[in-house]
Design a protein around this ligand. Sequence first.
Ligand code: DSN
Length: 463
Amino acid sequence: MSIVDMPASLDSEFVSTASNFERLREIDPEIYLLTCREVIRQSQYIRLIPSENYTSAAVMQAMATPFCNKYSEGYPGKRYYEGNEIVDAVENLCRQRACSLFGADHANVQPNSGSPANMAAYYALMKPGDRVLGMHLPSGGHLTHGWNVNFSGILYQTAFYGYNQEQGVTGMDPETGMLDYEEIRRIALKFKPNVIFAGGTAYPRIWDFQRFRQIADEVDAYLVADIAHINGLILGGVHPDPVPYADVVTSTSHKAIRGPRGGFILCKNRPMKDDPATSLPDRIDKAVFPTLQGGPHNNTIAALAVCFAEAATQEFKSYAQQIVANAKVLSEALIAKGWHLVTGGTDNHLILVDVMRSKKIPGKPFAKALYDAGLETNFNSVPNDPRKPFSPSGLRIGTPAVTSRGFGEEQMRQIADWMERTATACKKEGKEYHFDPAAIAKIRAEVIELCTDPRFPVPGISI
Ligand code: DSN
């Protein structure tokens, strides 16, 4: 069902466990109706975007609290506005929970998202014009790891690890797609970065943070681990922990860890190299406020504290383990059907499928056809992609959200089957890719049946 096909009035069908939105319905029926539609959309599509998830009802409720009304520039105990004694308690609780959960010396929970968290790491550790080594964006990195259209590539000198023959990017095995740590070391020795970023958005394998630490030490660089994608897996013990190795750890809070849309930074309590009288926590805090941000979003911080409490439970650890188990089953089911996966599989929550190589279909029309069938994914570049980033060869899928719904191995095999049937429904005519509408409609009906199965509710939302 597309948004235009949804009924005009959804009043009787819509119930959210977080809120019934009664006042919203009264004051702004248009936004209320769109909210209802989004609830239905989120419930009736299978969310396979690896960076998306569902928050719990408790996290959503914390976001809709009066903490959204308060200005609190500064940090607990040092604010520029009166009336922050309760906000201080919330932020302290959130910071303490972050430190205890990840075993970190210091936490800053104010970044509005992952990019501001990374920006704060740059400001704390470097001066404009200094050198950063990060993962090449089209090989699986992130914009903020030095890409030329981003502040990180505009203000700093950059070098990359990854694989692109034309651009001369190395540091990834061209055959296997695995990171080549010896080559990354060689790049670092030549480039002499001030900061090395370890982390990405489309690398389906383990990050060897200990190896990155050794490389950073050899060139006297700070090491930043960007764990946005794998935060929950680290807590579940299914991905190595960077905290013992990285000077700074940055993250979003809304991916596998299932928090509100936001960010956080963890760091060691160590002196700065350029000024031993200044500590790293002090530099990080000053970079977030006042350098980059003003008033923190206190309702988000309250929700993040709730997310950290939930992530400390045994239930969350089991959830994180199931994310990886599901991704492995899904990748094996795709491989069994002849799909080509970058690196040949996955160790984590995400799978990078080379759709062009597997089925001679570019990632973009395939992602669109999957969405028509009810499977929400995103097209993505693959390492050394011969196609352009806006119509690349690959498709990125992941299991955090479907695992939150309670999907298991049977549903993973079903998803692989739907992907195969969608590809089979494709016919190329000239330069266009057409998908048989009857075949797609049949899959859509099966997807809706699974999504409305009472065994698989969307956390925080029920219809
Ligand atoms: N936009 C995020 C992702 O989808 O991976 C990265 O920040």
